[in-house]
Design a protein around this ligand. Structure first.
Ligand SMILES: [Zn+2]
Length: 102
């Protein structure tokens, strides 16, 4: 029986106050396009279990991908990081932690 690795994701949010002026470069952060916001997207794609003839390099987390392209974007985890687009100063950052496998 094939074994796959699955990931448990727990998302927590908190409020962070942002300045109207970037402390790094003095840029106006209310201006259009002044910020760069990073997030994560929950996506799905077609996949299948491995076959004996498959190249091991195609394996990702124990699943052989039948189609590497994403076929839907379901959920956004937004504002993981907020940066000044002009000087790249981090204005707010969420924590991203990977715990060792049990
Ligand atoms: Zn800046």
């Amino acid at each position: 029986m094939p074994t796959v690795t699955v990931t448990d994701v727990v998302v927590t949010t908190r409020k962070v106050k942002l300045p109207a002026i970037c402390p790094g470069c003095g840029g106006r952060l209310r201006a259009e396009g002044a910020l760069r916001v990073w997030g994560f997207v929950d996506e799905s794609r077609k996949a299948r279990l491995p076959r004996a003839s498959d190249d091991a390099m195609d394996a990702v987390a124990g699943i052989i991908l039948g189609d590497a392209g994403y076929d839907s974007g379901e959920t956004f985890i937004d504002n993981v990081s907020v940066m000044c687009r002009r000087c790249n100063r981090a204005l707010a950052e969420g924590a991203f932690t990977v715990k060792p496998a049990k």
